[in-house]
Each structure stands twice: as C-alpha cells, then as structure tokens.
Design a protein around this ligand. Structure first.
Ligand code: PHE
Length: 369
C-alpha cells in the first residue's frame, strides 16, 4: 500500500487544472449541442459524462491530492460535472421532444381516410342498364327469359318468317357454326327467344329477353360483332298496336324521364306485320332543338328523335310456326340494342369502350342500381 503523496503539487495534476476542467465542460457542451438525435447524444454522454470521460478521470485524481488541495479541486470538478449533467439533461429533454414529435408525425393515423377503397372493379354499364330495363318490365308483369347464343337456323330465321333467301342469312351478317350444313348459327338477334317461349308455353305471354347477339361486323367506333339486344313480346287476346305504343311510351319514360314518349315509323320486318321503326323522343332537348343549329342538341343532332329499335305486331305466320291460333291471339314485339341505348344515354362516342373491359371506363358509371 502506498502512503499519501504529501509532496504532490495539484498544479502538476494536469487533469485538475482550472483550464482542463473548463475545457472538458466546453467540450462536453459542444458535443451535446451538436448531437442531432438521442443516439448521438448517448455517444456524447459516454465520451463526456461516462466513467472514462475526462471529468470522471479527473475526479479520480482528487484522491491522490494532499488534503489541503482536495477541497478546492473537488469543488471544481464537482461543479463541472454538475454543469455537464445539467447540459446533458437539457439537451436530452430537447431531443426527446423532437423524437416524440417525429414519431407522432410518422406514425400518425388519419382516421378521416376512407378505409374501404380497395379496388374492387366496377359493374359494367351494360349489365346495369339491362337490369334496369328488366325491372321496368317485371313491374308490368313480364317474365325475363334466357335463350341459347348458339341457335338453330330454324329458331333464328325460319320460324321468324325469314325465308332461305333472306339476305340476313347470308355469310355477310351471320356467323355460321361449322360444319356449313350444321344448321346452327350464332344468334343474330334475340328474336329466337320469342319463338322458344311461344313453343314452350301457351298464351298469355308477356316476356322480355335481354342477351348477347352476333353479326359479322368489324369492330370499330360504331360496330361490334358481339352486342346486346333486349326483345319484348306480348301475346294475348285482343292485343293491338295501341298496347304496343303504350308499353313503349311507359318504357321510355321510366328509362329516360317523365313525359318522354316514342314514335313509330312504318317499316318492314319479316316477323312483324305491320312493322315500325321505333324512335325515342330526345330526352335532352325534348324536341325543342328541332331545326335549330344554335343551340343545337348533341344527343339527337337537333332531330328531336333518336332511332332506338324496331317493333310491330307479331306476323300471324310466326304465331302459326309456334302453334298459336292467330284467329284467337295476337301479339306485339319490339327489340333494341343495348350498346346503342347506352351510347346515346351517356354520350359514349366509341363502341369499343364497351367491349374492352377497362375498369377506367366502367367505374364512372358507379353501381347505378
Ligand atoms: N329482331 C330485330 C332486329 O334484330 C328487332 C325487332 C324485334 C324488330 C322485334 C321487331 C320486333 O333487328
């Protein structure tokens, strides 16, 4: 054991000099001030306030001093360590506040954000309008009927009074199913569903048949080889063209707005007699733009009417083909294209948008139930 070093001169103990102690305090405070976060401050604390820091080492030297010098050196080092401790605590408090603010900002949850906006696609407007149309007829007591898309020529043509030489049967319009003599086609309209229904059940018949139809057209802005129609048929005692007109007017106003009516123009279809082209009163200008170019109506081209489909009284030959006595029963029928209806109803200018299946097209229509 060594005896106290009575000859020790505190001035010679470099670490305990006023300058050294002051410099250690300055170095510590600078290190704390330049610590940018709690990790850096921790490192600075170990360097300047830890067991091996200059002031801790200086503190240890005090023990070796003569009693006369201990008090002063002890006070100096003690004050210095106190000051460093306070600076450290002050910086620690500032950096903790900064850390808390950052964590709050980074981990904050915006409870006002929508929670259910996962992309879930969109209903195709064709499906929506088809259901909307069907609802209108179901409310009038009509059945919604389905039929096959691959159809026999007999149902698609012959039974509908489209004889073997009718141009609609030619390769131009019809997709024939192989082999050439299979007698099968992709249905060119929804009218064969009328035939199937009349064959299946006796009158009274009130039915609609929405569905896909096929014609050999190139896909462009106004044509598509696959499109959709909705067909309507009523067969009952005493059916007249007035019933047809009233039904179509109700359909038009339910779909396009109160007071919108239809117009029939004489025409020809093999399966109806008499036959008519079906026009819809323009639901935008309601006819007010007729003949005017300024302001003109973009929806009807200032015609006041929009071509919508075909209709007529069911040809007695068609009733006969289905075994229905045309002396007892009469019927009316109508049909229109769904894509076309959607196009003028929503101002869609390119038919291809409806077949490409891009959700950016379908989504803006929403669900529209
Ligand atoms: N089937 C006809 C077509 O596709 C439309 C129509 C249906 C016309 C019913 C009259 C009666 O062009």
């Amino acid at each position: 054991m060594s005896a106290p070093n009575k000859d020790f001169d505190p001035v010679a103990a470099e670490a305990l000099s006023e300058e050294s102690v002051a410099a250690a305090v300055v170095a510590a405070e600078e290190a704390f001030a330049s610590a940018n976060d709690l990790d850096e401050l921790k490192a600075a604390r170990l360097d300047h306030a830890g067991d091996r820091s200059p002031l801790a080492l200086a503190n240890r030297e005090i023990g070796a001093l003569p009693p006369s010098a201990k008090a002063e050196a002890g006070k100096r080092v003690g004050q210095a360590r106190q000051q460093v401790k306070q600076s450290l605590a002050a910086r620690q408090a500032i950096l903790e506040i900064a850390r808390d603010e950052r964590v709050l900002a980074e981990e904050s949850v915006d409870v006002t954000k929508p929670f259910d906006r996962d992309p879930i696609g969109g209903r195709h407007p064709l499906s929506t309008i088809q259901e909307r149309m069907a609802d209108i007829f179901v409310a009038m007591g009509y059945d919604v009927v389905d039929g096959p898309e691959v159809e026999s020529e007999w149902h698609n043509f012959d039974a509908l009074n489209l004889g073997p030489d009718h141009p609609a049967r030619s390769m131009q319009d019809t997709f024939f199913v192989e082999s050439a003599d299979s007698g099968m086609v992709l249905r060119t309209h929804t009218s064969p569903v009328q035939i199937r229904t009349m064959l299946r059940q006796p009158p009274p018949i009130y039915m609609i048949a929405p569905g896909r139809v096929f014609r050999a057209d190139e896909l462009d802005a106004t044509h598509t080889p696959v499109f959709s129609q909705i067909e309507g048929l009523a067969v009952d005692r005493g059916i007249t063209m007035a019933h047809l007109k009233g039904t179509l007017d109700h359909f038009a106003s339910a779909l396009f707005g109160e007071g919108i009516v239809t117009r029939l123009r004489p025409s020809y279809f093999p399966f109806t007699e008499p036959s008519a082209e079906l026009d819809l009163q323009c639901f935008v200008c309601r006819g007010e733009s007729i003949g005017r170019s300024d302001p003109s109506c973009r929806t009807c081209g200032s015609e006041g009417w929009i071509e919508w489909g075909g209709c007529g009284m069911v040809n007695p030959r068609v009733l006969a083909a289905c075994g229905i006595d045309s002396a007892e029963y009469r019927g009316f029928a109508f049909g229109m294209g769904l894509e076309r209806t959607l196009m003028f109803r929503h101002g869609i200018t390119d038919m291809r948008d409806m077949v490409e299946g891009d959700v950016r097209f379908t989504k803006p229509f929403g669900l529209e139930v």
